[in-house]
Unconditional design. Structure first.
Length: 162
């Protein structure tokens, strides 16, 4: 990476430009080849200025923890205790009451990125909860430009004036 990358990231975010960054782990971002760059600041710039992030299977605990923290949290209602009474035969019968506790839990736990199967990743997008998605290669027909309505050579014959 060049030194100009750090300052360009903030500008790229405001101009509807697309930038793809691939890294093995957070540690790769924090250890750039250009030793003049502050690796931690550079990794933070990428995290802040790239709103869409995609994580395949994490290779280390630190990257998995980063993915968990990035996912945010949700509140879960968890049954802590249910009241039961023993009948004369020793069996238990539910008395119809339970204690519910509210528990804050990560949307994506750190175990998820550590155990993702091949071609499955977690996508983080603005204004959405992170979710797991399956990726698959798609065949692309490059024989015509994407702005054309049909492939070259399949145009209708011109109407002749008689």
């Amino acid at each position: 990476m060049q030194a100009t990358t750090n300052s360009a990231l903030a500008a790229i975010a405001g101009f509807n430009a697309n930038l793809l960054l691939a890294a093995q782990s957070i540690a790769n971002l924090e250890a750039p080849d250009d030793k003049r760059l502050d690796g931690k600041a550079l990794a933070h710039e990428f995290e802040v200025n790239m709103p869409i992030k995609f994580v395949y299977r994490a290779a280390d605990e630190r990257t998995a923890e980063w993915a968990e923290n990035l996912s945010g949290t949700q509140w879960l209602d968890v049954a802590q205790r249910e009241n039961v009474k023993a009948n004369v035969d020793g069996g238990e019968q539910w008395e119809g009451t339970r204690t519910i506790a509210v528990l804050e839990h990560a949307i994506i736990s750190r175990n998820t990125p550590l155990n993702l199967p091949p071609r499955v990743g977690i996508i983080y997008m603005p204004d959405r909860n992170p979710s797991k998605i399956f990726t698959s290669p798609a065949k692309v027909d490059r024989s015509f430009a994407s702005w054309e309505t049909q492939p070259a050579g399949t145009e209708p014959a011109p109407i002749s004036a008689t």
